[in-house]
Every structure is written in C-alpha cells, then in structure tokens.
Ligand binder design. Structure first.
Ligand code: ADP
Ligand code: MG
Ligand code: MG
Length: 209
C-alpha cells in the first residue's frame, strides 16, 4: 500500500469513532483516577455523533470537518476544543488532495499536532495527549526519512504512540485538572494520552486494512 484515495476515506473516521465508543467506560475510568471521570463520555458523545452524521463514502477531508465541528460546537471539557482544533487543522491541511500518500499523511498529522499545541500549549512531559502525539508524529517522519514504506511508517507510528501513552504513568501532571494533584497525579495513565493512542492506532489500522 503506497497511498489511499481521499474519496471513500471518510470511513476511517467511522472506524476511529467505533473504537472510541467501545472504550467509553475505560477512558472515563482512567480520567476518574486523577480527573473528573468524564473523558470517555465526552469522547464517545463527540465521535459517536460525528460518525452518525458523516458520509463514509465521502472524503476524509469532509469527515474530519464534521468531526471537528461536532467537537468544537457540542462537546465541553478540555478535549472538545483541543481535539476539535486538531481535526480542523488536519482537514485544512489535507484539503483537496486526492491521493493520500505518506507525504500527505505526514503533513496532515503534523498540522493536527501543531493545531492542538497552538491552543493548548502543552509540551512533552506535561502528562497530556501530547505525550502520545509528538513521538508518534516524529516516528512517522523518521521512518519515511529512512526510506520505509507508508505501511511501515504507520506501524512505527503506532509503536511510538503506545510508548508515549505508557510514559505518562510516571509523569506528574502540569496542565489541566490533574495538575491540581501535583505529585499525587504520578502513577496513573493520562486519559487524553490513551485516547490519542487509540485515535492514531486506529488511523493506522484503518488505512492499512
Ligand atoms: P476535562 O479535563 O475538562 O474534564 P477531558 O476529561 O475530556 O476534559 O480531557 C482530559 C484530558 O485533556 C487530559 O487527560 C489531557 O490529556 C488533556 N489536556 C488537558 N489540558 C491539555 C492541554 N493544555 N493540551 C493538551 N491536552 C490537554
Ligand atoms: Mg475529564
Ligand atoms: Mg470535565
């Protein structure tokens, strides 16, 4: 697999939504340990509504647009606006590109990462979704520069996302609700880092399927 067509790739967002909805209770349970326990509820509501409204036979660009509109307009908490901006910037970057190859995918995920960092100002080590997102995007780029194929780069992205997710266990939260706990936030995963890993891993699986 060297590339996929943008048209028809709307289904990728439905695939991601299905896995987010499946993990609703799991994500809220993780958020409940150092946050307010609503992450799974917020995410399942946003992704579930987007999945119902988007056209799976349409473009990935349009599906990302539907998802970002729902997240920004209808979902509260930190993640509505943060993921809303991520997917809006991915949609803008992808635009009318018809063939999504490794270069187009790299550019799209980098734009999404920069979008969330622009508004959330989180850095690696703050115990947020960024601890998953940054190493995943960097691993994809590194694989491509080493001459790996699109599928191999997606596999590398998945592994890096999992390692990034797991790195949040030992971190003290610096941002968001969990930061109020200081040292007591150490010892549990960050909920956003887990959802970000689900999103990126399912992106990879759905493209390679
Ligand atoms: P809330 O904290 O408002 O209840 P959620 O529970 O849906 O919202 O989301 C919590 C997640 O938001 C955290 O686990 C963390 O990963 C993420 N988060 C919080 N603040 C930021 C930020 N500034 N940048 C990136 N991610 C953040
Ligand atoms: Mg919460
Ligand atoms: Mg909340």
């Amino acid at each position: 697999m060297q590339s996929i067509s943008n048209t028809g790739a709307g289904v990728i967002i439905q695939d991601i939504a299905a896995v987010i909805v499946e993990n609703k209770a799991h994500l809220s349970e993780i958020d409940g340990k150092i946050g307010d326990g609503d992450h799974g509820v917020n995410m399942a509501k946003g992704f579930g509504r987007a999945a119902d409204r988007l056209d799976p036979l349409g473009t990935l660009t349009d599906a990302l647009g539907v998802l970002s509109d729902v997240l920004m307009g209808e979902i509260g908490g930190s993640m509505g606006p943060l993921y809303g901006m991520t997917f809006a910037d991915m949609a803008d970057d992808l635009g009318t590109t018809e063939t999504i190859d490794a270069v187009a995918f790299a550019s799209m995920i980098r734009a999404g990462l920069e979008g969330v960092q622009d508004i959330g100002a989180a850095k690696v080590g703050d115990k947020t979704m960024i601890d998953t997102f940054v190493p995943a995007v960097d691993a994809f780029d590194a694989a491509i520069s080493q001459g790996k194929s699109f599928s191999e780069a997606l596999a590398a992205m998945k592994i890096a996302a999992e390692i990034g997710r797991d790195s949040t266990v030992d971190l003290v939260a610096k941002l968001g609700r969990a930061a109020r706990l200081g040292e007591r936030s150490r010892g549990t995963l960050d909920a956003g880092a887990v959802s970000c890993c689900i999103i990126l891993s399912t992106f990879a699986d759905s493209i390679t399927a």
